[in-house]
Design a protein around this ligand. Structure first.
Ligand code: M6R
Length: 610
C-alpha cells in the first residue's frame, strides 16, 4: 500500500510529483507529502487527507526545484495525520525519505538509535529508516550507497524507499525489498514510482529494480548497485500500455470506464492465447509436456482474484477432471499444504505485488513445486518469480474495485482449462472447437449486456441506496460469481452484503431475510436452475425483494421483482456474463449514495503488506 514517486530532471518537479501521486492515490489516500530541493535545502510539505489538501498547500508555495520525491499514504503505523505523513526526515535534516512497506523490527531499531541520542517525532515505522540511514552515513562516512546497504542488512520487513540526502541534492537514492518500484528514464529526466500509471505519461522506458538492490537517479542516468555496493547492469524495458488507458477519458469514474473496456481487453487477452482457433501457451512457456505432468492444481489468490480461483475450481474439475483446490493466500502461507511434484500452484493477481500471494508463491517454490502466475502487471514481483507467467492484457486498472482485470483472469482460466481438458483427452476435437468459438464470442456478448442493461441498472439502483443488507445467492458457478457480486457491492458502497450457495441458506442465514431484504439470485446454470429458483421462492415468500439474473430462455417473472436477462453461453463461461450486471449494480448503487467509487475508504488497490 502507499504510493511513492520521484523525479530528477530538467522540468519543475512539483508538477510531475503531484501528477504521479494523483495516479497512485488508489494505493492509499490518508495523507500525502513531497520533498523538493530548493536553494540548497530540501523542503518538505505534507497534508492530512486526500491529495487535494496537499495541492492547496502547495499552491501557496513557489517550488521550482527539479528534483523531488512524493508519497501518498495508507496508514499502517500511526494514525493518518500530518505528523505521520511522509516524507520523513532524520534528526538534523541530513536524510529525507518516503517509504512503502512495513519495517517489522522498527521498535528495536528505535531503541538502538535512542541510545545514540536520536529522537522521534512520529508513530511511524518509516521515521526509523531516515535516522538509521543517517546513523550509518555519519558513522562510516562512506556515502549514500554504503549507508543504504548497511540499513538494508539491518532492517526486517518490506520496503520501497526513495531517499534524498542534504549533501547530494541532485540525486535520488532508491532501494527495495518486496514492495514494488519501477524506475523510468527519458530525455527530460529520471523517474521512480510504485506503479506504471504514475509515470506512463512521461516515459514508457522502465528498469525493474530487484530485491536488495539500490540505485542512484541522476538527471540523465540511473546507476544500479548490489548489496556489496558493486555496480550492476540493467536492461531498459518498454511498457506496452497506452497512455490513454490510465486516463478517465470523459468517464465520471475509472470504475465505469474499466467496466466498459471489458469487451476490448478480453478480446486482446483471447488474441494473445488463441491463434487460428488453437490455444497456444508458449508465451507462458507452458508446453504440452509440462501441462501433462500436473495431476493436481492448487490456486492461491486474494479478494476478487480468489473468486476467479473459485470459478476455476469448478471449471478445472468439471471440464478437465483435474483435482483442484483453491485457497486464500493469507491462509495458504501459514498452513502446511500438501503439495507434491505433480502439483501446479497457480497464483492469480492483478497487481502481481499482493504480499500474501507473493509469499504463497515463494512458499510453493521453496517446496520445489512448479508455479504459474496469472498476472496483469508486467514485470511485477509475482510475474518475475513464477516459473510460468500467463499475462492478462487488461491494461492499467486504476479503480480499487477490480472489474476488467477480473474478467481477463477468467479468460485465462477458460483457456487453460480447455487446453488441459484436450491434452488429458477429456474432450474431443469437436467440443474443443466449440469451446474456443464460444470463448471468442464472449466480448461481443458482454458488449450486448453493456448496451442493453446499463441504463436499466442505473435506473433501478438508486432505489437501493438506503438498504443496509444484501444477499447474493446461486449454485455452482453462479455461487462463485455471487461472491464477486457481493464484494463489488460492499467494498465500494459500504452496504453489508454476503454471498451464499443457495442450498446453504436454510442452514442459518435465511433467518436474516425480512420484508424488503435485497436478494440477488444468479440462475444461469441449466442443471441446477430449478433448485436455485426454489431457493429464491423461499426467500421471496419471507418478504425478500428478489432480483434474478438469468438467461433469455428463462421466465422468472413469478419469483423476480426485477429481472436481468443476459445472453446464453457455454455453462463454463457464464461468470464472464453474469459478473457484468453485478459490477454495474455495485457501481450505480455507490454512485447514487454519492460515495467516492474509485477510492473506497480503508482500501488500497495493491495490498503489499500482510
Ligand atoms: O492485485 P491482486 O489481484 O493480487 O489483488 C487482490 C485483491 O486485493 C483484489 O482483488 C481486491 O479484492 C479488490 N479490491 C477487489 O475489487
Amino acid at each position: 500500500m502507499c504510493g511513492i514517486v520521484g523525479y530528477n530532471g530538467n522540468e519543475k518537479a512539483v508538477d510531475i510529483l503531484l501528477d504521479g501521486l494523483s495516479r497512485l492515490e488508489y494505493r492509499g489516500y490518508d495523507s500525502a507529502g513531497i520533498a523538493i530541493e530548493k536553494n540548497k535545502k530540501i523542503e518538505v510539505i505534507k497534508a492530512k487527507g486526500k491529495l487535494l489538501n496537499l495541492k492547496d498547500k502547495l499552491n501557496k508555495k513557489n517550488l521550482d526545484g527539479t528534483c523531488g520525491i512524493g508519497h501518498t499514504r495508507w496508514a499502517t503505523h500511526g494514525e493518518p495525520n500530518e505528523i505521520n505523513a511522509h516524507p520523513h526526515v532524520s534528526n538534523d535534516g541530513t536524510v529525507t525519505l518516503v517509504h512503502n512497506g512495513i519495517i517489522e523490527n522498527y521498535q528495536e531499531l528505535i531503541q538502538k538509535l535512542e541510545k545514540h541520542n536520536y529522537v522521534f517525532y512520529s508513530q511511524t515505522d518509516t521515521e526509523v529508516l531516515a535516522n538509521l540511514i543517517d546513523y550509518y552515513y555519519k558513522k562510516y562516512k562512506m556515502g549514500p550507497i554504503d549507508a543504504i546497504n548497511r540499513t538494508m542488512v539491518r532492517i526486517r520487513g518490506s520496503y520501497a524507499i526513495a531517499v534524498m540526502f542534504k549533501d547530494y541534492q541532485d540525486e535520488i537514492w532508491v532501494a527495495r525489498k518486496d514492495s514494488p518500484m519501477i524506475i523510468g528514464k527519458d530525455k527530460n529526466g529520471t523517474y521512480l514510482a510504485s506503479d506504471v500509471p504514475a509515470i506512463l505519461k512521461y516515459t514508457k522506458n522502465v528498469y525493474y529494480i530487484d530485491n536488495l538492490e539500490c540505485a542512484c537517479l541522476k538527471k540523465d542516468d540511473v546507476t544500479f548497485y548490489d548489496l556489496n555496493g558493486d555496480k550492476i547492469e540493467k536492461e531498459l524495458n518498454e511498457i506496452k500500455w497506452d497512455v490513454s488507458s490510465a486516463e478517465k477519458e470523459g468517464y465520471e469514474h475509472f470504475m465505469i470506464k474499466e467496466i466498459n473496456e471489458q469487451p476490448d481487453v478480453i478480446k486482446k487477452t483471447i488474441n494473445s492465447l488463441i491463434f487460428d482457433n488453437k490455444i497456444k501457451l508458449e508465451n507462458a512457456n507452458l508446453n504440452e509436456e509440462d501441462l501433462k505432468s500436473f495431476d493436481n492444481l492448487y490456486i492461491v489468490a486474494c479478494g476478487s482474484a480468489y473468486h476467479v480461483g473459485i470459478c476455476a475450481q469448478y471449471i478445472f474439475e468439471d471440464l478437465a477432471r483435474i483435482p483442484t483446490r483453491v485457497e486464500i493466500a493469507s491462509e495458504f502461507r501459514y498452513r502446511k499444504p500438501i503439495l507434491n511434484k505433480n502439483t501446479l500452484v497457480i497464483i492469480i493477481s492483478q497487481s502481481g505485488e499482493t504480499a500474501d500471494s507473493l509469499a504463497a508463491l515463494r512458499e510453493a517454490k521453496n517446496k520445489g513445486v512448479k508455479t504459474l502466475a496469472i498476472v496483469n502487471v508486467v514485470g511485477s514481483s509475482i510475474a518475475r518469480e513464477a516459473d510460468y507467467v500467463l499475462y492478462t492484457l487488461a491494461g492499467p486498472e486504476i479503480a480499487v474495485a477490480t472489474t476488467k482485470a477480473f474478467s481477463t483472469q477468467l479468460i485465462a482460466i477458460y483457456v487453460l482449462a480447455t487446453e488441459l481438458a484436450k491434452i488429458n483427452k477429456k474432450i474431443n476435437n469437436e467440443y474443443y472447437n466449440e469451446l474456443i468459438n464460444e470463448i471468442k464470442n464472449i466480448p461481443e456478448k458482454i458488449q450486448i449486456i453493456l448496451n442493453t442493461l446499463t441504463e436499466k441498472i442505473q435506473k433501478f439502483s438508486s432505489k437501493f441506496s438506503n438498504i443496509h443488507d444484501a444477499f447474493y445467492i446461486g449454485r455452482g458457478l453462479d455461487y462463485a460469481i455471487s461472491l464477486e457480486g457481493s464484494l463489488k457491492l460492499k467494498e465500494i458502497s459500504y452496504i453489508h452484503s454476503e454471498a451464499y450457495a443457495s442450498g446453504e441458506l436454510k442452514h442459518g442465514t435465511i433467518s436474516l431475510i425480512e420484508d424488503n431484504t435485497l436478494v440477488i439470485g444468479i440462475a444461469t446454470q441449466e442443471e441446477i436452475y430449478e433448485k436455485t429458483i426454489s431457493n429464491l421462492v423461499e426467500v421471496k415468500s419471507r418478504g425478500a425483494y428478489v432480483i434474478v439474473i438469468t438467461t433469455e430462455d428463462k421466465d422468472v417473472s413469478k419469483v423476480a421483482n426485477d429481472t436481468i436477462i443476459i445472453p446464453k453461453t457455454n455453462k463454463y463461461f457464464s461468470p464472464s456474463l453474469s459478473v457484468i450486471p453485478l459490477q454495474l449494480i455495485g457501481y450505480y448503487i455507490t454512485v447514487s449514495k454519492g460515495l467516492d467509487v474509485d477510492k473506497p475508504r480503508n482500501l488500497a488497490k495493491s495490498v503489499t503488506v500482510e
